[in-house]
Design a protein around this ligand. Structure first.
Ligand SMILES: [Zn+2]
Length: 449
């Protein structure tokens, strides 16, 4: 489900440096009493009957969640709100240190001593920048992505393998980010007036290429996707795919349990690399009905062209971001350029300032990006209900996903922080759908969700 991660993180990972590509992969372990329940039969209040009521049915499902599981899920997710703030503040402080203590200018000077060739200077600067910022960000990364994930029973990796994943993420950022900064600084140096337009265009093309190659070249760096060949699982999925005009022949499984206990699935890539992937946690813990509901949702992303729409949306965001950069870089350099020993926007030493301004821009945009993604996720939910006809499977999936997403947030809270509809919302949508389709034979049987 987190196609958002593929979308935004892969791009931001590269723009913001650090090892976010690894973060896109890393996640959930499990403490007793904290896992969300696996429901073996439809609760009485949600069973098909002439008195079926969507609100009552929603409450009946939510009542199955043990209080300590709910408390833990709320604490984890609400803590995440603070993490957004701390991540932002931390990055701002790191970038200000690099600028004010002259470290950025120092790294540029060293790069200039090593080589006279401009693109290589940029690459050498990038390498120093990436290693230094990764080291400075490390305490926060360890807390946020390792200790905190373990504390909430979501992580399965010991420290060594986790660190190894971080290292691989760093190498990916070194290569992909290195290519991007070399091209971008080349543009800025040659086209001093229109650089922001060409820079935006190159960034868009670059992010499209990353999305395209990710399932085939990036994901396997961290995990091992393989074709799923259990006909009991694949046949209903492929039948559903064909019925919705999706030309896939294979469903992929990924060994996400290597890093996490989270259940998830996603649609990734596009054109020839587009594929539907289920993670092994979903396969292990999900009922057939639940897996079908989740797959219906993923097919919704596919049929509704969500990846293409997201690229278009992201393109608009990138253009606005570059326009903002053009204005804010000029203004900042006029004021502090001399103090920071930055010669101009074509000077690689400006990079921490770009990251600082980027952090502010994307921090402010958090609710907008979340709402864009959440809207698509809701569309995929509705498509999935129609395609799978498994409202109870959908309710079960929403409860399982509640292990890492607060079930019942307030309206504003959901708008600002949620990149998927909340569990309560998803169950309610499923129960409204059920109320409208009570005459379907499989709903009459009241089989397990
Ligand atoms: Zn989704």
């Amino acid at each position: 489900m987190p196609i958002r991660r593929i979308r935004f993180l892969l791009l931001l990972a590269i723009l913001c440096g650090g090892a976010a590509v690894a973060q896109a992969q890393s996640t959930p372990g499990q403490l007793p009493g904290t896992a969300m329940p696996t429901i073996t039969s439809v609760p009485p209040g949600a069973q098909a009957s002439p008195n079926f009521n969507a609100d009552t049915a929603t409450d009946a499902y939510l009542a199955l969640i043990p209080p300590q599981a709910k408390a833990r899920s709320d604490a984890y997710f609400e803590g995440g709100y603070w993490m957004i703030l701390w991540d932002f503040v931390y990055v701002v402080v790191v970038m200000l240190i690099l600028l004010n203590l002259g470290w950025s200018a120092g790294m540029r000077n060293l790069a200039e001593r090593i080589t006279r060739f401009k693109p290589l200077q940029t690459l050498v600067y990038w390498g120093q920048y990436l290693v230094l910022t990764t080291a400075m960000m490390f305490p926060l990364s360890v807390y946020e992505d390792f200790f905190r994930e373990h504390k909430y029973g979501l992580a399965t990796q010991t420290f060594g393998p986790w660190l190894w994943d971080q290292f691989k993420g760093l190498l990916v950022s070194l290569v992909l980010g290195g290519i991007l900064v070399m091209v971008l600084f080349g543009i800025v140096r040659r086209l001093s007036r229109t650089w922001w337009i060409w820079g935006a265009a190159v960034s868009i093309v670059f992010s499209v290429i990353v999305v395209l190659i990710a399932p085939v070249y990036l994901v396997p760096i961290f995990n091992t996707p393989k074709r799923l060949d259990d006909p009991k699982i694949t046949q209903p999925i492929l039948r559903m795919a064909r019925a919705n005009g999706i030309p896939v022949h294979d469903v992929y499984e990924i060994d996400a349990s290597k890093q996490t206990t989270r259940m998830s699935a996603n649609v990734s890539g596009f054109d020839s690399t587009m594929r539907i992937t289920l993670n092994d946690n979903l396969l292990r813990r999900g009922s057939p009905e639940e897996i079908q509901a989740v797959m219906g949702h993923e097919m919704g992303h596919y049929v509704l062209d969500h990846i293409y729409n997201s690229i278009l949306f992201l393109s608009v965001v990138i253009v606005i971001f570059f326009a903002f950069l053009r204005w804010s870089l000029d203004a900042s350099l006029k004021r502090w350029g001399e103090k920071w020993k930055i010669r101009g926007i074509g000077d690689t030493a400006v990079l921490p300032l770009v990251m600082l301004l980027g952090s502010i821009f994307f921090f402010v945009l958090t609710p907008v990006l979340n709402t864009y993604t959440r809207t698509q996720e809701h569309e995929a939910d509705m498509f999935g209900l129609n395609a799978s006809r498994q409202p109870d499977g959908m309710a079960q999936a929403a409860i399982h996903l509640g292990e890492y997403r607060k079930m019942s947030p307030g309206t504003v809270e959901e708008w600002v922080f949620f990149d998927h509809p909340s569990g309560r919302h998803r169950i309610h949508d499923a129960m409204v759908w059920k109320a409208e389709n009570l005459n379907l034979p499989q709903l009459q049987r009241g089989s397990a969700p």
